[in-house]
Design a protein around this ligand. Sequence first.
Ligand code: ATP
Ligand code: MG
Length: 313
Amino acid sequence: MAAKLEDVKGIGPALADKLRSIGVTSIEALAITPPSFISEATGLNIDRAVKICQYARELLKINFISADEYLQRRLKIGKITTGCKALDELLGGGVETLAITEFAGEFGVGKTQLAHQLSVTVQLPRDMGGLGGAALYVDSEGTFRPERILQIASRFNLDGKEALKRIIFARAYNSDHQMLIVSQASSIIEKYNVKLIVVDSLIGHFRGEYAGREMLASRQQKLNRHIHQLLALADAYNLAVIVTNQVMANPATFFGNPNKPTGGHVLAHGSTYRIWLRKGKAGKRIAKIFDSPVHPESECTFMIAENGIVDVE
Ligand code: ATP
Ligand code: MG
C-alpha cells in the first residue's frame, strides 16, 4: 500500500514522525493500535487519538463492509500446510490466514512441535503449501528450539540457516510483556513479510499471574484485549495466527466429558478454529476440530517424528 501516515486526515509531518518513533509506522499499524496507547505515548489528546485511528480504519475500509466485499476478502485467505496430509485435510487445506487457530491439549501432545513445524512451512513457496513469508514466534514458556527448526527445515529442503533467519523470535516474560510484543509487531511484520504469528502458550502467563476466582474477571478482560490484538493483526496483514493452550485432562474422559480449555468464553469466541489434541496408542496423536464455522466436526491422527509432524504410516 502506497498511502502514508501523512495521508490520514489530521496527521501532519510532525505527528507522523512522532507516531513512527513509537513504532506506529503505517496506516495499518495506526488502525489497530489502541487510541489510549497513542495518546499516552505521543501526548496527543485522547479525542484526537480516537479520531486519527478512526480515519485510518476508514481509509483501509476495515469498519463496515458489505457481504459482497466480505466474500472478496475471504477469497484472499491463504493456507499454510502442516506438513501432514491428514491434518491439512482436517483443517480444510491448512492453517488459514485472517484467523486464529488454537491448538489445545495436555502436556507433551505436540502443540509446540506443531508451532515449530508451521514456522518452517509458512516459508515454503505457495505452490508447495506455504505463503513464502516469515514467522513471528512469541514464546512464553522458553521451549523454542532452533535445533528443531534445522531438523524440520531439512525435511522440506529448506536451508536451515535461512529458515532460522525468517523466524523472528521473542521471549515473553510476563503477560504485559507478551501484549507489548504483539502491540509492537506491525513494523516487524512489514519488514520481514510475516505471514504467521505463533503464541506458545497464549495463556500460561495470564493463568499464573491472575490466580484465584477474584482475579478471573480482570484476567478475562485482559486476555480478551490480547486476542483482539492478534485478530486485528491477522485482519490487517492477511496473516495466520496460531496459539497453544494447555489443557489438563484425563485422556480417558477427554471427549466423553470434555474439559474446557483454560481461557473460558473469551478464548472460545476469539479463536476462529479450535483443534483439540490428545495422545493415542503407540505414540499416535489424535486431532479433532471443534467449533468451526465451516468445517464438520471430525478427527484425524498424526505422529511426531525426528523430522517433525508426519502422517501415520
Ligand atoms: P506442553 O503443554 O508441555 O508445552 P506440548 O503439547 O507443547 O506440551 P510438545 O513439546 O510439542 O508438547 O511435544 C513433545 C513431544 O514431542 C515429546 O513428548 C516427544 O514425543 C515429541 N518429540 C519432540 N522432539 C522429538 C524428536 N526430535 N523426535 C521425535 N519426537 C519428538
Ligand atoms: Mg509446549
